[in-house]
Write a new protein. Structure first.
Length: 201
């Protein structure tokens, strides 16, 4: 049985979406990420730093952290959503890296500055929002040309971006524009696996 320790954050949701889309049975343990005392010993043995998501597959013995690595591992194991052909695979890894390093580098400060510091000057928040919208504009331009980030088929890169885009839907509504990204978000949200994954834990 696959087990995950997770919470309703974009990093946690990436893993539950992936498991649901792959149709793999798993048990999800809900973790209060703000309370170290409640984090189970089995999770802490795998992730001594205490961050979710944490993954363990009793069948293979593989236990790991890092949402993007867990997604890639599962896609490679199941042979789905990550092509083997070098050019197609390189494109998917490029868009995975875009989410990991560009999109998250812009969205994380917005989260910290708005949820943990009540007195953050508005221009600083606006700076990161503009930065995030600029990065999401790259996805919008790509999605004008193809239905998914890497072409005609959905890939792990789409599942990686979706929860972060969904969590920023209020900013997207306020800012307007990015019509292709919005249409893609509706397509992604309508997928049963994505919908189920977004509800875990
Ligand atoms: N790069 C990691 C980030 C993991 C992470 O930052 N997890 C956060 C929640 S999204 C967490 O558990 N924070 C609580 C803590 O570090 O104690 C990943 O992609 O999995």
């Amino acid at each position: 049985m696959i087990q995950i320790w997770s919470a309703r954050t974009t990093n946690g949701l990436r893993v539950s979406i992936m498991l649901e889309e792959l149709g793999l049975p798993y048990r999800a343990h809900a973790v209060d990420i703000d309370d170290p005392a409640t984090k189970p010993a089995e999770m802490m043995a795998i992730a001594p730093h205490g961050a979710i998501p944490v993954f363990k597959d009793d069948a293979t013995g593989i236990a790991m952290t890092q949402s993007f690595a867990i997604m890639q591992h599962l896609c490679e194991q199941e042979g789905r959503f990550l092509p083997k052909a070098p050019a197609a695979r390189a494109l998917v890894l490029q868009w995975m890296s875009y989410v990991m390093t560009d999109v998250i580098s812009a969205t994380h400060p917005i989260f910290v500055l708005t949820s943990e510091f009540a007195d953050t000057p508005a221009p600083i928040i606006a700076h990161y929002e503009a930065r995030l919208l600029r990065f999401l504009g790259q996805a919008d331009a790509q999605l004008a040309a193809t239905p998914y980030l890497c072409g005609d088929e959905v890939t792990v890169a789409d599942f990686a971006l979706y929860p972060t885009a969904a969590f920023r839907s209020r900013l997207l509504d306020r800012a307007g524009g990015l019509p292709h990204l919005r249409a893609w978000m509706r397509t992604m949200a309508a997928r049963p696996g994505v919908a189920r994954g977004m509800a875990v834990p």
